[in-house]
Design a protein. Structure first.
Length: 136
């Protein structure tokens, strides 16, 4: 195997490990309500589309939404991976089936969450976070 090809493979493996670590941090920060940690995984130009169709197009809007959500400590969210596609060290898409339960409001919803990641300046970040209500 040519040396340059071996370096590319090692670089792709490292990039994949960094992507996986970023995605795991996103899910962990969401579940434990760590706003700053979760916001660190979002790109400066992030768009979040909520299950009701509303779009949040700025980091301050995204922060305010999750800050409000994180004040309720009774909810839980479970993520079931449906599909993950990583395109080299450029971009990735993660699709999860999510069950979100908020007992304080008698609320249980299932939705499909799709996270689109970009890799820029050596970092993976979510640039689109799209949630769509799914049949229960």
């Amino acid at each position: 195997m040519p040396e340059s090809h071996a370096r590319e493979e090692a670089s792709d493996d490292d990039c994949l490990r960094r992507f996986e670590a970023t995605h795991e941090e996103f899910e962990r920060a969401f579940r434990v309500r760590e706003l700053d940690s979760m916001m660190a995984t979002y790109h400066d130009d992030v768009t979040v589309v909520l299950p009701d169709g509303r779009s949040l197009m700025t980091r301050p809007e995204v922060r305010a939404h999750f800050k409000n959500l994180f004040t309720d400590t009774t909810w839980t969210a479970s993520f079931t991976p449906v599909r993950t596609v990583v395109s080299g060290c450029r971009g990735a898409v993660v699709v999860n089936d999510v069950v979100f339960e908020m007992p304080s409001r008698g609320y249980t919803r299932r939705f499909v969450n799709t996270l689109t990641y970009v890799h820029e300046d050596g970092r993976w970040q979510v640039i689109v976070d799209q949630s769509t209500l799914a049949p229960t």
